[in-house]
Write a protein that binds this ligand. Sequence first.
Ligand code: AHG
Ligand code: MN
Ligand code: MN
Ligand code: MN
Length: 315
Amino acid sequence: MSGPESPTAETDDAIGEALAVVARSAPEIRGGLAGRRTKTGGENASGETQLAADVWADELLAERLTAIEGVGQFASEERDEVVDAGDGEYAVAVDPLDGSSNLRSNNSMGTILGVYDAELPASGRDLVAAAYVLYGPITTMVAARDGEVTEYVIESEARSASDRSSGDSREQTAEAREDGEVRRRAVREDVTLPEDPTVYGFGGRVPDWTDRFADYAREIEDELKLRYGGAMIGDVNQVVTYGGVFAYPELRSRPEGKLRLQFEGNPIAYIVESAGGASSNGETSLLDADVAELHQRTPVYVGNEELIERLEAGF
Ligand code: AHG
Ligand code: MN
Ligand code: MN
Ligand code: MN
């Protein structure tokens, strides 16, 4: 997948179509969050309280992704079981809304997509593409496919009246028809993580972890910048932009970690490793982690290769 293309452009492959569905749905999902911040009273397979937005985004993506010819399976953080979508070759796994707890506090959130060429649950090595959308001050999407990572700005053509100052009523009418057209404009091709092992400790949740980071920062005479946004996608995008490490390690209360391998760990590891970084569950690349069940959790460390190696070696 190279360079900019509009998600409305006809793509002749299921992988491209899945990426386009997520890009095209991004403005709509962003626009639908405001009125869906209430709890549904339901729980997902991970035992998490579901917000109306979680369920709504899941249903919206399920409908569009299962409609793709080449998609044979659909799985979601919000659904207990894999959904059979016909005899397509690919299985798509989504975290429809990442960072749901940020919705009440109006902080960044995301959507994560993994496209596997295997039945789910599957190894990260079966991924053929992955992407995340970040609902931040602007809406961006980072997508990895065939070893290439591209960052896009996602714009919907719904412009304010003031933006349409020019042109006569005929032209404005034409523009009005365009509203809702979604454009995906590549802003960074061949995204790679910055080289220098600047020590950012995102999600340094375990006290001794922060100490290890601090010791390492002193060793390389760098500052230790701890930043934690509460939504993996926002924190990962910090790493993709500035380098460093995002970690959600195992905790005393969660020895297996919190994040889900199929929906969060694998797709993000695929993207960060495609961008020249590394991933780990503490022992090995997340993409090589043993797969047991659909909603299995894993510790997640992604970012600069040198830092990840140090973390695996216990600094
Ligand atoms: P989700 O909203 O999809 O369940 O994901 C939340 C995850 C991840 O986005 C974030 O890194 C982590 O949970 C935050 O966990 P804490 O609230 O425990 O910090
Ligand atoms: Mn959740
Ligand atoms: Mn998530
Ligand atoms: Mn989620």
